[in-house]
Design a protein around this ligand. Structure first.
Ligand code: ZN
Length: 193
């Protein structure tokens, strides 16, 4: 059954999904939820085709400029740098930040060959140098790579005379922002230094 094999292989592309779980999902959809399978297929196709990146902050967006960048009620003095659209969503859910964002789409990882050139640092420096930006908050994760990313970016920003701050500790070491509880994120934002 080529189609079944292809489906299982495709499901295995998802993070944390191995052969067994992929098989379970495929059999479940085919046996119990054909409608769900159609729905999933339509949703995947339209997301993959319609969602691009905001030209200004690089987060996911269906429009050229995302809704946050297009919101004039945001505080233009603050620019928060995050590693991913998921981390940005976590900060938004915490309801404790009213500035704009810059999404790196990655973090420095020498072992994987990801250097400062691959994470959009040049675009960030350009964005941070725009008139009105007074503080760049580095909210990369508290993993070794996230810390290295924050360090390198802070140095580059300060070298250009820009103010760079880091989310306060309190966010557990080794953690991805996306999985940190909202209260902790809010505190880390308030206590940034
Ligand atoms: Zn944007």
């Amino acid at each position: 059954m080529a189609a079944l094999e292809t489906l299982i292989e495709a499901l295995k592309r998802l993070p944390g999904v191995g052969q067994k779980s992929a098989q379970r999902m495929a059999y479940h959809l085919l046996q119990h939820d054909r409608e769900g399978a159609q729905q999933l297929s339509t949703a995947l196709r339209s997301a993959a085709e319609q969602i691009g990146h905001c030209r200004r902050c690089h987060t996911f967006s269906e429009t050229e400029i995302c809704t946050i960048c297009a919101d004039p009620a945001r505080d233009p003095k603050l620019l928060c740098v995050v590693e991913s659209p998921a981390d940005q969503a976590a900060l938004e859910r915490s309801n404790s930040y009213r500035g704009y964002y810059f999404v790196l789409l990655g973090r420095i990882s020498p072992l994987d060959g990801v250097g400062v050139g691959q994470i959009g640092a040049a675009e960030l420096l350009q964005r941070a140098a725009e008139t009105g930006v007074e503080e760049v908050i580095l909210a990369s994760s508290f993993t070794a790579e996230g810390e290295a990313t924050a360090y390198v970016l802070a140095e580059a920003l300060r070298a250009r005379g820009l103010k760079a701050t880091r989310l306060a500790r309190g966010v557990p070491v080794g953690s991805e922002l996306e999985y940190v509880d909202l209260g902790t994120i809010a505190h880390a934002l308030v206590d940034r230094r």
